[in-house]
Design a protein around this ligand. Structure first.
Ligand SMILES: NC(=O)c1ccc[n+]([C@@H]2O[C@H](COP(=O)([O-])OP(=O)(O)OC[C@H]3O[C@@H](n4cnc5c(N)ncnc54)[C@H](OP(=O)(O)O)[C@@H]3O)[C@@H](O)[C@H]2O)c1
Length: 269
């Protein structure tokens, strides 16, 4: 059997919950799961921007008539939303098989002492507490059936700290240690815990980081060829569609001009 048909067979009828599916890596991951499974899959698409989710859901339903999608707003930084969201899923989406903890962000490039409370709280409550609370809410479902996949979006920033990134880097380092602890806790189960750690990916990430300043965002990527959201989506779907006894535990992914958080070749103008 070819690689593609094996992946489709392994993904068939799975229920996949993706946080942050309204943009970038989360959106591309939804599209890639749908495509690799030829639409024979159930997606739970969440983020704060409901309109974007609806548009994505409508497009996927046209492209893949077999697909089943439940899209609904969820702000992972608000703890009180999470458990009711999972408990209130429609019955055909309730038995989740895969959790993609993708929602996350960097906010600002300020040095410590000058970081705004909003930026600090926004990063920690989304990247760390949001990811942990989602995992706590979904894990009992996986434990009950002794199977399920968790894919956490880490970052090179969680391995290689840089000035002006203290909170974002700390948040992604926290993701890395949380993920590693969880994998060890679940050693006697069939639950797989994976982490994908991208380098530079061209999404809305820098636009969000610079609070909507397009010029500042463009400057980050000038002279470079960043990864695309699709590049990361393919790696996430690859991990989830491996044979059950295979865990693609950690994947650090760079574009070819990058070798650390700050070691980046920029073409001269
Ligand atoms: N792009 C990169 O260079 C890069 C590198 C390494 C790691 N990452 C990580 O990859 C993940 C995805 O980022 P991206 O590059 O795809 O950025 P993006 O295009 O800005 O997408 C971020 C997604 O997260 C969602 N989100 C933000 N805050 C949320 C909240 N409180 N509750 C629920 N959803 C929330 C956003 O949706 P709403 O605004 O609609 O809620 C959006 O769908 C993040 O964890 C990021 O840290 C990115």
């Amino acid at each position: 059997m070819s690689f593609g048909s094996k992946a489709a067979e392994r993904l068939a009828d799975k229920i996949i919950l993706i946080t942050g599916a309204s943009s970038g890596i989360g959106e591309a991951t939804a599209r890639e799961f749908a495509s690799v499974a030829n639409g024979k899959i159930r997606l739970i698409l969440t983020a704060r921007r409901e309109e974007r989710l609806k548009k994505l859901s409508d497009q996927l339903k046209i492209q893949f008539p077999l697909i089943k999608i439940h899209s609904a707003p969820l702000d992972v930084s608000v703890k009180t939303q999470i458990k009711p969201f999972i408990a209130g899923l429609p019955s055909e989406f309730a038995d989740i098989d895969v959790l993609i903890n993708n929602a996350g962000k960097a906010l600002g490039r300020s040095n410590v002492g000058e970081i705004s409370d909003d930026d600090l709280d926004g990063m920690m409550q989304t990247n760390v507490l949001g990811l942990i609370n989602m995992t706590q809410a979904v894990l009992p479902i996986f434990k009950k059936k002794n199977s399920g996949d968790i894919v956490n979006l880490g970052s090179i920033a969680g391995k290689d700290a840089y000035p002006g990134g203290a909170i974002y880097c700390a948040s992604k380092a926290a993701v890395n240690f949380f993920t590693t602890s969880l994998r060890k806790e679940l050693i006697n189960t069939r639950i797989r815990v994976m982490e994908v750690q991208p380098g530079a990916v061209l999404t809305e990430f820098s636009l969000v980081r610079f609070h909507g300043d397009q010029d500042a965002s463009d400057a980050v990527y000038k002279g470079t060829e960043p990864l695309t959201a699709q590049d990361i989506a393919e790696i996430i779907v690859f991990g989830v569609s491996r044979r059950q006894n295979t865990v693609v535990a950690e994947t650090l992914v760079f574009p070819s001009h990058q070798a650390s958080a700050s070691h980046v070749y920029k073409k001269p103008e």
